[in-house]
Design a protein around this ligand. Sequence first.
Ligand code: AKG
Ligand code: FE2
Length: 219
Amino acid sequence: MDALIPAPPSRPAPGAVHLPGWLGLQEQRDLVSACRAWAAGPVPLRHTKLPRGGVMSVQTVCLGWHWQPYRYTRTADDVNGLRVAGFPEWLARLGQRALADAYGDDAAAREYEPDTALINFYDGSARMGMHQDKDERSAAPVVSLSIGDTCVFRFGNTESRSRPYTDLHLSSGDLFVFGGPSRFAYHGVTKVFPGTGDPATGMASGRLNLTLRVTGLTD
Ligand SMILES: O=C(O)CCC(=O)C(=O)O
Ligand SMILES: [Fe+2]
């Protein structure tokens, strides 16, 4: 939680890697600016509607492909019907750098071509229940980047939402990658600590998380 003393790198499960403080301050600032522009449209940042009538407490906007429970489409049919913003090349390169640093396998990192990003904004009371990222038709790793307030990220197992799991803090600038045997592990966000982010990132409050993924889909 203390931005001045980043936690050491850790591997909570095989294929899962946490690299605290991976993004520099300027990279975080640039990502915040980019996310602010994406949040304005063509598809706005919004609370995703759930099939049984509820809404998610986080607010989300997608790039490349639009996710809604539980599929990807090019257009945001549950929002305004517009095509989502494209997935930029620079973000794919950032994802490759993340994989290279997490796994130390430059050749595998060069092959990584994420084509969607889910950008989630958490206010102080938002949470995300334990779930698997399993609407992709690819087992390529998920790259997660966090900016703003620190949260408790619960990283579990591939069998069920319950124990064993590891609770860790994801703070501003942290990278978390889950692939290989952990790719379909359950995970969630149980708590956000308001006021723990550095306003110099451009986030006055709240938490931003980007997950880069390979959908395995073609048009
Ligand atoms: O906010 C996070 O750290 C996790 C987000 C997540 O699991 C998701 O978008 O599927
Ligand atoms: Fe997820």
